[in-house]
Design a protein around this ligand. Structure first.
Ligand code: ADP
Ligand code: MG
Length: 676
């Protein structure tokens, strides 16, 4: 047996258990050794019976008497009296009649459980029992509680891990020894062991510190390595020209906000250099990022350098193309759109324009990545909602450029500062934190499901005065036995019972791209009053006439996501309203209430991060990669130390290949965050 062996090699693990472990992502011995507990129950203090107090207790005792009674249909109660040298207590187990046969007289056992008042007296309820011996897995210790799945509880996982205790020592170091020495860390093998079988709370804390360090270390090292690599690369400089900048701002129908000016300046300075820019432009939906990106693209076009703008959806690409055409065509810039819907002759024409350089800017979706798409002189890449693309996809576009292109990633997902510090630590970030002045802040309110009739009246009134509405549902199709609303059911219901005379459209991710585009166009052209949709409208829809959004099953969404959704209304001159309707009429959660009280996307993202972890901030695709399992992301000292060590690692020119695990993690982190 070695670390790579299948868990089936372990004593007591058959195909069934192996399959269940597989559901938890555990396939090899290594996976199991690094399958960290979710939390712990501290049953480590063994007390004489006379000293125990109500709460979680462990005692070491012998069985004095035991009897099982059938109380009601199929219901068993096993009652026992257990005794140690100091005293005796009663124990009850519900529906565990096998307990009666388990005990041997004269033998000592550990009992760990809740000592509490029940049926008029104090009893030890449903305690876990284990024969008293040196190593116990389930009692008389800090007991690990694992993520579990149906038919595979923590007890089985503990048993399985206890069978391979000798394998811990095979785990190799994951960080350089000079780092371990500096912080007086225990070895990786020891830390892993202590996480499963903590000797005491101090050792557990030390183990968590050690493992947490390496998690963060991998991220920040990835960031620093990437930065260094990019600084060594050569890009096409896009020189700043004041006249062109003035020309651009003069043709805008509005004045740039101070933040837009600041961000533009940061970008224009970056792309002047001979080294590629790798910058993230963050700003709420509607903050005006596109206008900023367009200025850089304009500057490039004036120097015969092409720009590619890639967006995750057809809708978004289309919209960007329109926005850019409005902004830049008056200045003589040529703009094309390439999505999978563009086919045949127009597509061929577009491709040859790109190849010969007569097209300055191309906006598109994944279609841009096709091999047959080539550029004369691609020097600037703008990626909207960059986290929706994989590293391979981004790389494909980068490979089409002359030298290494400048890259501007844009995102409307506010990245909490603490996360930015770790995961995005070495990425240059520009932030637009305020919206253009003419916007009225969106009013957000939680409404109970019972008050839908009034809500529908409000929506109808808005429509009457010429506005349009979104209704967002968590699901596409109805799901058996669930209260959660689906688009298809809701459309039927609204058409039939509620908005009989209104024009209602449907939009969801399972529809074909051209179908989606058509519905969106109809909505934009005011041929629809209500659009019932899933979160596909989350990014990129600009319908200034839409003033109200009803979000069904609001509790099903993350805060960052809700915030993005509501940014779809109130984009024009009209007051925007967002109504959040939770699935049930219970008191709304604190989390949801935060949506009413704050409009700060960063704050909401920070809350999401705290309550639901990094996965909540991004799509599920990236969940795994972003998971800091042990490290606390708001541990500033930890992050600082990890950064310091990463800098030393690079300065010493330590070889990453010497640390296999670390290298793997660094690669994973790079694929998540960076454009290389
Ligand atoms: P984002 O890409 O950040 O979601 P956009 O760049 O699409 O935002 O801008 C949203 C809308 O606001 C667009 O219609 C744009 O023309 C407008 N806009 C952008 N900047 C300003 C500004 N400084 N003043 C007024 N309107 C602006
Ligand atoms: Mg946008």
């Amino acid at each position: 047996m070695d670390l790579q062996s299948s868990v089936e090699k372990i004593k007591g693990v058959g195909p069934e258990t192996a399959k269940k472990l597989g559901i938890l992502g555990v396939e090899s011995i290594y996976d199991l050794l690094t399958f960290w507990p979710r939390r712990y129950d501290d049953y480590s203090e063994v007390l004489p019976i006379k000293d125990i107090e109500p709460g979680a207790v462990t005692v070491k005792a012998q069985i004095e008497s035991i009897i099982t009674k059938r109380v009601r249909r199929g219901m068993h109660i096993t009652e026992a009296v257990i005794r140690d040298e100091s005293s005796a207590i009663r124990v009850v187990w519900f529906n565990q009649p096998y307990r009666e046969k388990y005990f041997k007289t004269g033998k000592e056992y550990y009992f760990s459980g809740l000592y509490d008042f029940s049926f008029n007296r104090y009893v030890l309820q449903n305690p876990t029992v284990e024969e008293s011996k040196e190593f116990t897995a389930n009692t008389a210790r800090i007991v690990p509680i694992y993520p579990q799945t149906k038919g595979l509880d923590s007890k089985i996982i503990r048993k399985t891990i206890s069978e391979i205790t000798s394998m811990f020592q095979e785990l190799s170091e994951t960080i350089p020894s000079w780092v371990s020495e500096q912080y007086d860390f225990m070895s990786y093998a020891e830390a892993a062991y202590q996480l499963h079988w903590p000797e005491n709370q101090t050792k557990l804390a030390e183990a968590r510190e050690r493992i947490g360090f390496e998690e963060v270390f991998a991220y920040v090292l990835a960031g620093q390595l990437n930065k260094k690599q990019i600084e060594d690369e050569v890009a096409l400089p896009i020189l700043f020209n004041q006249d062109f900048a003035k020309q651009y701002t003069k043709t805008l129908p509005f004045e740039l906000t101070p933040e837009q000016k600041q961000c533009s300046w940061e970008i224009l300075q970056d792309i002047e250099r001979e080294h590629p820019m790798n910058r993230l432009l963050e700003g709420d939906v509607g903050a005006g990022k596109t206008v900023v990106a367009a200025m850089a693209a304009y500057m490039a076009s004036k120097q015969g350098i092409q720009t590619a703008i890639m967006a995750p959806t057809e809708l978004l690409a289309r919209q960007h193309a329109v926005t850019l055409a409005n902004l830049l065509e008056p200045l003589g810039v040529t703009i094309g759109l390439l999505t999978s819907a563009v086919k045949g002759k127009p597509k061929e024409a577009l491709k040859s324009q790109l190849e010969e350089g007569s097209l300055d800017i191309v906006v598109g979706t994944h279609a841009l990545l096709q091999e047959s798409v080539t550029f004369k002189r691609l020097g600037l890449i703008v990626i909207d909602e960059q986290h929706r693309f994989g590293v391979k996809q981004r790389q494909k576009l980068v490979d089409k450029a002359e030298k290494i292109p400048h890259i501007l990633s844009m995102t409307a997902t506010p990245i909490p500062r603490s996360l930015a510090l770790t995961v995005y630590g070495e990425l240059d970030i520009s932030i637009i934190n305020s919206k253009p002045k003419n916007r009225l802040p969106i009013q957000t309110n939680i409404w109970s499901p019972n008050s839908r009739p009034q809500l529908y009246q409000i929506i109808d009134d808005e429509i009457k005065s010429g506005r349009q509405a979104f209704v967002v549902c968590p699901l596409i199709d109805e799901s058996e036995g669930s209260e959660v609303k689906s688009v298809n059911e809701e459309v039927k219901r609204l058409k039939k019972d509620i908005f009989k005379t209104r024009r209602i459209g449907t939009l969801h991710g399972k529809m074909k791209d051209d179908e989606k585009a058509r519905v969106m166009q109809d909505f934009a052209d005011k041929k629809l009053d209500i659009l019932v949709s899933t979160t596909v409208i989350e990014v990129g829809i600009d319908i200034p006439n839409a003033s109200v959004m009803l979000i069904e099953g609001a509790d099903q969404f993350g805060l960052a996501q809700l915030h993005q959704l509501r940014g779809r209304v109130g984009r024009g001159e009209y007051q925007g309203y967002c109504y959040l309707v939770p699935t049930s009429s219970q008191k709304p959660s604190k989390r949801l209430r935060a949506m009413e009280s704050t409009r700060d996307g960063f704050k909401l993202a920070e809350m999401d991060l705290e309550l639901r972890g990094p996965g909540a901030i991004y799509g599920s695709k990236q969940h795994g990669a972003l998971d800091l399992k042990i490290a606390n992301i708001s541990d500033v000292a930890l992050i600082k130390n990890a950064k310091k060590s990463a800098a030393i690692f690079i300065k010493r020119s330590d070889n990453l290949a010497d640390y296999q695990e670390l290298e793997k993690r660094v690669q994973k982190s790079l694929s998540l965050t960076y454009l290389n």
